[in-house]
Design a protein around this ligand. Structure first.
Ligand code: PLP
Length: 461
């Protein structure tokens, strides 16, 4: 948190601030100048591959291409298909291309894979959970439908459970950080609406045993959501490249829904994801319609009303310009770099790779070495990595930025140096390390207060 204040300060001090509207509008050139200065100040970290995840493509020509498509469609709003039929074309094709990539061709004719575009992985997950809740209530007569998910499933499932008042049953993972099948089977009851598996998980980048989870769900007559937000646009190509990828998509009859983020490895701009269902009926439980509103007949497929059609246009443009060959080549580079980083981390004395990941590598430290201090030390070297907990660990999600020459080697050299430095200087810490260290020991409501205060800080001008 101390770190955040330090990072925000220059932006608040060195650039003009607007706690209220300027009396007279600024000249456009002045505004664009300001915005561009801000962007270039922030750019180095992600452009040179110092960030985990965050920017998944980021080549200047790709960014310019997306921006040009966005500019051409900037007024578009899919809420008005009569005004922007092009938006519906883009979205229908984004959904169809994603579905086809994820095994939709194997679905039975009476239950074709159907979906919608959403604003991101979290919204895709929220939408699916809401659909399962309403389906369970209306079609299965379950009064309080539950979600069953491994502890490693994304926090968006907690959010969904809270927002939609669905009990969330979290089950442990095994020594490889994959869903424990016995625990999962024991947690499924007559109240279960949906069982969740991740391909792969956000924290450790490992793929849950999806064929077994899907079979369990089918046998018990419950839904099975595969969260492929992270892997949806990598795993189909990884499989083709010969990596050990178990079936994880609609080829498995028990899989009833999936989420896949176009704004991650689909290389679209942020604000875009796809949620897919086996059968149009389940998708209908996601929709919202109002028949008696004075404002007219109202219908919307997702949580938002008006939506940015330009983002769907840019997403569609990314997909059709990259194509199968482009995604395959991108996956090849990412998986090769991911393996080099995973093996390189494993070779650093004092660090330990968790599970058997493909391109998202989580590592913990041996006793006597604080992995959060290593993360902080990496921060001083310009790296922005993700802190994990339970157990204490740090991860790096490899993107195309890390496949540029020299980046992976620089990461491994810096990491080895950080480990050496922290070892010879333990206990010296200024930033997030103590917060992470404390989070494991403080009562949950104190940690909650800290996080809430952090969010408050983001909205101070
Ligand atoms: C990123 C991610 C999400 C959430 O996606 P957002 O786009 O950040 O809302 C969900 N699940 C997994 C596995 C992810 O990696």
């Amino acid at each position: 948190m101390a770190d955040l204040e330090r990072q925000l300060k220059p932006y608040r001090d060195q650039f003009p601030s607007f706690p209220e509207l300027p009396k007279e509008g600024l000249a456009r050139a002045e505004v664009t100048g300001l915005v561009e200065r801000l962007a270039s100040a922030e750019e180095r970290t992600w452009r040179e591959g110092y960030a985990s995840g965050a920017v998944y493509h980021g080549d200047p020509d790709h960014v310019a291409f997306l921006s040009r498509v966005y500019a051409a469609q900037s007024q578009s709003n899919p809420l008005h298909p009569d005004l922007w039929p092009s938006a519906t074309k883009f979205e229908a094709e984004i959904v169809a291309m994603t579905a086809s990539m994820l095994g939709a061709g194997h679905a039975a004719a009476e239950a074709p894979v159907a979906g919608t575009v959403s604003s991101g992985g979290t919204e895709s997950i929220l939408l699916a959970m809401k659909a399962y809740r309403d389906f369970a209530r209306e079609r299965r007569g379950i009064a309080a439908p539950e979600i069953v998910a491994p502890v490693t499933a994304h926090a968006a499932f907690d959010k969904a459970a809270r927002f939609f008042d669905m009990p969330l049953v979290r089950v442990p993972v095994d020594g490889e950080f994959k869903a424990d099948l016995g625990a999962l089977a024991a947690a499924v009851t007559e109240r279960t609406a949906v069982v969740v598996g991740s391909a792969p998980t956000f924290p450790h980048g490992v793929i849950d045993p999806i064929p077994e989870i899907a079979a369990l769900a089918a046998e018990r007559g419950v839904g099975c959501h595969v969260d492929a937000c992270l892997g949806g646009f990598i795993l189909p190509w990884a499989e083709r490249l010969g990596y050990p990828v178990p079936a994880f998509d609609f080829r498995l009859p028990g899989v009833t829904s999936m989420s896949a983020d176009t704004h991650k490895y689909g290389y679209a701009a942020k604000g875009s994801s796809v949620v897919l269902y086996r059968g149009r009926e389940l998708r209908q439980f996601q929709y919202y319609t109002v028949t008696d509103w004075p404002g007219g007949l109202y219908l919307s497929p997702t949580f938002a009303g008006s939506r940015p059609g330009a983002l769907s246009a840019a997403c569609w443009a990314a997909m059709v310009s990259i194509g199968e060959s482009g995604y395959l080549e991108a996956a090849r580079r990412i998986l090769e770099t991911g393996a080099a980083i995973r093996d390189g981390v494993a070779a650093i004395p004092g660090l330990r790779v968790l599970g058997d990941p493909l391109w998202v590598t989580a590592f913990a430290a041996d006793d006597g070495l604080d992995v959060y201090q290593v993360m902080e030390n990496m921060g001083h070297r310009g790296w922005s990595l993700n802190g994990l907990q339970r157990p204490a660990a740090v991860h790096i999600a490899v993107t195309l930025r890390h496949t540029l020459p020299g980046v992976a080697d620089r990461f491994l050299a810096d990491l080895a140096e950080s480990v050496r430095e922290v070892r010879s200087n333990p206990g010296v810490s200024t930033g997030m390390a103590p917060v992470y260290g404390m989070a494991g020991t403080l009562p949950a409501d104190i940690v909650r207060q800290l996080l809430t205060g952090y969010l408050d800080m983001l909205f101070e001008v």
